[in-house]
Design a protein around this ligand. Structure first.
Ligand code: ATP
Ligand code: MG
Ligand code: MG
Ligand code: MG
Length: 477
């Protein structure tokens, strides 16, 4: 008999004669009540076992984590909180679980412990919810761009380009590690490590994306990105997913409009589609908040926070204005910033970004027109000669969620910039071709997908919103 998803059983409009459900036991109470979950919903379905007619040996095997198949009648439930339950007539153990050893007992586990068991943590309510929300958000990303006629482009994972120039690349080699080509002085010659050419794992698909936007008009990428970040923060992963739209004939302000509209769309879509999961995650957070001192508790519950983002425009402020605000501020009465910005030209640290968002504007903020020398080479130089058309979107609890810019479309300005920073023209010959043949203004941004999932789920550590997190010292799986 084909099984029915727990979600559909719970949403049934009527009692049903014979149904079958398959899933994993969350709890088994009083030798009678199984809470069964199959991953289709945050809710478990209660299955009432006819314990008098079930062999003792079978009852013993209904343990937390076991895979079971239950057949029976879907009846109205007398218990609180659920409309239906299954009155079980036939129970089959599909896969035993040694409850003594199963790490995901329904008690509260620390997030650190769960991370070490990334293959099993998804069996918990919270991680089930997070992964469903992540999946819906990913779908919304495609839906948004596809509806607007963007072309989905898969940029290469193995690439020669270092878009950010931040030196955070994983090197790729096609050669045996004990026989890498050497330079004259005996050092490994990275320039020849991939079939005679130097390559690395992509840090961004932007440069390739630009080339495609200069033919297809509007494109987006959505793929894995790698950065050899040696920072152990709660917002950085070594492997993360980035969404990068690129649009020909769009300037910086069009770019900000696109980013804001996009973020609001995907959040709205997910709030509508994942009501139960988000309600569960909100409840979990409220529980957590109770253990914090009053002053540290967040002012808004999760759904209120998401709705706030949907209902209010992001505040837009130039870098110069932001610096003026920061120079004249202290985060609270007693404390100064750890890093005090004294001069125009300094990069914003995450404490500043969070101050602007959480304390000053109390809203997501777009900071634009940054000093040229703290941003990447491809950003468009403004008329003032010292700022570039860059924009970062900053979110509460997270800081930077988007980095974007209008790109430098003028070949001579771009070449000059590359010369000053010391980027080899030869290496980016193909990129420069996009400026040689039919160059036009264009802009785009990169949004770290996990940072978006962090915001929507209300989680605080980025390791908890990706199935198998890769961070320094942790790539167990
Ligand atoms: P940060 O300042 O947080 O290190 P960045 O400025 O280095 O970020 P960009 O090069 O602008 O990042 O990349 C675009 C977006 O990709 C960022 O706004 C962020 O959302 C995301 N991102 C960057 N690095 C990481 C990372 N290591 N893990 C997860 N997301 C990241
Ligand atoms: Mg970085
Ligand atoms: Mg940054
Ligand atoms: Mg950035």
């Amino acid at each position: 008999m084909k099984h029915t998803k727990v979600k559909d059983l719970l949403n049934s409009t009527q009692t049903l004669h014979e149904v079958n459900a398959k899933g994993w036991v969350r709890t088994f109470r009083n030798n009678q009540f199984i809470a069964l979950n199959d991953g289709s919903t945050i809710h478990n379905i209660q299955c009432v076992v006819d314990f008098e007619n079930t062999p003792e040996a079978t009852l013993k095997r209904i343990t937390t984590g076991a895979a079971v198949s239950v057949t029976g009648t879907l009846v109205e439930s007398k218990g609180a909180g659920q409309k239906f339950e299954i009155q079980v007539s036939k129970l089959e153990i599909l896969g035993d679980s040694d409850a003594e050893k199963f790490p995901m007992q329904p008690k509260k586990h620390s997030l650190e412990f769960l991370r070490e068991n990334a293959h099993l943590r998804v069996r918990t309510n919270a991680f089930g919810a997070i992964m469903r929300v992540r999946s819906v958000l990913a779908f919304a990303v495609h839906q948004y761009f596809q509806e607007k006629g963007f072309v989905y482009v898969n940029t290469p994972v193995i690439t020669g380009a270092d878009a950010e120039g931040a030196g955070e690349m994983f090197q790729v080699t096609s050669l045996p590690l004990d026989n890498l080509p050497k330079t004259e002085d005996g050092a490994i010659d990275y320039k020849k490590d991939f079939f005679g050419k130097h390559t690395n794992l992509t840090v961004s698909g932007q440069l390739e994306g630009e080339a495609f936007a200069m033919a297809l008009g509007q494109i987006y990428t959505f793929g894995p990105t790698f950065r050899a970040e040696n920072s152990n923060t709660s917002r950085h992963l070594a492997e993360f997913w980035m969404i990068e739209p690129e649009v020909a004939f769009n300037d910086l302000h069009d770019n900000m409009d696109l980013a804001e509209d996009f973020i609001q769309y995907v959040i709205k879509y997910t709030v509508d589609k994942c009501a139960d999961d988000l309600k569960f995650l909100e409840g979990r957070l409220l529980e957590e908040e109770k253990s914090k001192p009053q002053a540290e508790r967040s002012e808004m519950a999760l759904l209120e926070k998401l709705n706030f983002v949907l209902e209010n425009n992001f505040k837009r402020v130039s870098y110069t204005e932001a610096i003026d605000i920061l120079k004249n501020s202290t985060p609270n009465k007693k404390k100064k910033f750890n890093y005090i910005i004294e001069e125009w030209g300094a990069d914003l640290q995450s404490e500043h970004e969070r101050f602007l968002v959480e304390k000053h504007f109390k809203s997501p903020v777009i900071v634009y027109d940054y000093p040229a020398n703290i941003k990447s080479f491809y950003m468009r130089l403004n008329e003032d000669g010292k700022t570039v058309g860059a924009m970062d979107i900053l979110f509460p609890g997270i800081g930077e969620i988007v980095g974007g810019s209008q790109r430098e479309e003028r070949l001579d300005v771009l070449l000059e910039k590359m010369k000053v920073i010391g980027i080899d023209e030869e290496e980016l010959w193909w990129y420069l071709d996009t400026r040689r043949f039919g160059s036009a203004i264009h802009s785009g941004f990169g949004l770290g997908f996990e940072r978006l999932v962090l915001f929507v789920t209300g989680m605080t550590n980025i390791r908890d919103v990706i199935p198998f997190p890769r961070t320094p010292g942790s790539a167990e799986f």
